[in-house]
Design a protein around this ligand. Structure first.
Ligand SMILES: NC(=O)c1ccc[n+]([C@@H]2O[C@H](COP(=O)([O-])OP(=O)(O)OC[C@H]3O[C@@H](n4cnc5c(N)ncnc54)[C@H](O)[C@@H]3O)[C@@H](O)[C@H]2O)c1
Length: 400
């Protein structure tokens, strides 16, 4: 089925961005909100993105108006009787999303695909609220949607293969990079990212290393920004919420560090509240100001970049061994979704470069020193037994 018209529910941060991405592709979009003022705010946000393009000479003011005409604002589901695909982007509350999926099921044509941009809620659960669970799917865009290339395509238990193919092709037509992810807590990107960020917070809590030292050390590994700069940008409340979902899903190995709650109690939510791990109130936006490390209790443990990197690599290997995504898809998600340097290939390529034996030995040592969260995945041990040690053996997750 071709997608000629799209519905977007919710014109907030993500919905407005997604509607812009769809309209820029020339596809008409119906944009639904609950109040006129929210609709106007969303339309304003879309116009602003296009105005940025005009300012850069990438489109003319006339083209801007033509693109804006493709976006039809609405407060009702009536125009949804003509859409082929809906992307829902309302707040992360299951009760609200369930009601919307039931309403969409009534309002949309029988064959229309109902996609959700949820970061953590159950796709299968949303599917079960409709009479078309085979046409319900996760389509997880990243913030800011017009810029970020990655889209996680997440089939639920009953999602049909055709639905996956159609959504994948549509995401490609938007010039995005779709990666298929089997439904699991955190999907792929957040599942990898959160234990890495949590370990950075633990290091701050437990060691004498400070925010800037840890940020700089991780940048030296190749990350575009340090973990604390990233946490502040994402929002400490958002990260803490994601951390809870992962803890519930995976148990002790994802137990959040205590400092998350402390930061929330102090209302240090990151950039958006002017203060998180860094202080943004001064003229220089990333001036560390009074760092949160003063709040943290120091212990005898040491910070090393390996603590963070081995955890995120191991989580990528576990996602692979569970069949969440293929090795090449994991690498694509890591580069396009996490900003990991393409020159390093991704986390599995990095594991191959480090050496699977070195990785297993390092993780065993960290397990003894710091706990079970560093326990290496059985895939790593099997590879070590088989001599698939990575680049030096010309064979690891990839061949060389
Ligand atoms: N913000 C991010 O960085 C980000 C990234 C990826 C995914 N997500 C996910 O995207 C979804 C939306 O997040 P957001 O940050 O854009 O939220 P937001 O609060 O900025 O926007 C949500 C919008 O939905 C509207 N809304 C609520 N009920 C509605 C209804 N019944 N019909 C139409 N509109 C309705 C609200 O008025 C609001 O404008 C969430 O599921 C979130 O987890 C967010």
């Amino acid at each position: 089925m071709s997608i000629y018209k799209v519905g977007v529910v919710g014109a907030g941060t993500m919905g407005a961005g997604i509607a812009q991405v769809v309209s820029t592709n020339g596809t008409p979009v119906v944009l639904k909100e609950v109040k006129e003022e929210f609709l106007q705010k969303g339309l304003g946000a879309i116009r602003k993105i296009y105005e940025g393009r005009v300012a850069k000479g990438r489109m003319t003011p006339q083209e801007l108006e033509e693109k804006m005409k493709l976006v039809t604002p609405t407060l009702s589901y009536d125009p949804f009787k003509e859409v082929d695909l809906v992307i829902e982007a309302v707040p992360e509350l299951m009760k609200v999303k369930l009601e919307i999926f039931q309403a969409l099921d009534q309002a949309c044509p029988a064959g229309a695909i109902l996609a959700t941009n949820t970061s953590a809620l159950s796709i299968s659960g949303l599917g079960s609220a409709t009479k078309r669970p085979d046409r319900v799917i996760g389509m997880h865009f990243f913030y800011p949607a017009p810029v970020m290339k990655l889209v996680e395509v997440i089939p639920g238990l009953e999602t049909g293969d055709e639905t996956v193919e159609e959504v994948t092709a549509f995401a490609e037509s938007l010039r995005k990079i779709p990666v298929k992810v089997k439904e699991c807590p955190g999907f792929l990107v957040n599942r990898l990212l959160m234990p890495y960020l949590n370990e950075a917070v633990r290091c701050l809590e437990e060691t004498s290393s400070g925010i800037q030292e840890i940020d700089q050390a991780m940048k030296a590994v190749g990350w575009p920004m340090g973990p604390f700069t990233l946490i502040d940008a994402l929002g400490i409340d958002i990260c803490a919420e994601a951390g809870k979902v992962l803890w519930e899903g995976y148990g002790e190995r994802m137990k959040p560090a205590g400092l998350w709650v402390r930061m929330l109690e102090l209302k240090r939510l990151g950039r958006k509240s002017g203060r998180g791990f860094y202080d943004y109130s001064s003229a220089a936006p990333a001036d560390p100001g009074k760092p949160a490390e003063e709040l943290a209790k120091k212990g005898p443990a040491r910070f090393t970049p390996e603590r963070l990197m081995f955890l995120i690599i191991n989580e990528a290997v576990m996602a692979l061994q569970e069949g969440i995504s293929s090795a090449s898809e994991i690498e694509m998600a890591v580069v396009a979704g996490l900003g990991f340097p393409p020159s390093k290939g991704g986390l599995l390529h990095l594991a191959d470069a480090i050496g699977i034996d070195t990785l297993v030995e390092g993780m065993d040592r960290l397990t003894q020193e710091l706990g079970f969260r560093f326990h290496p995945s059985h895939r790593l041990r099997t590879m070590r037994h088989a001599g698939h040690l990575g680049v030096k053996a010309k064979r690891g997750f990839f061949t060389y």
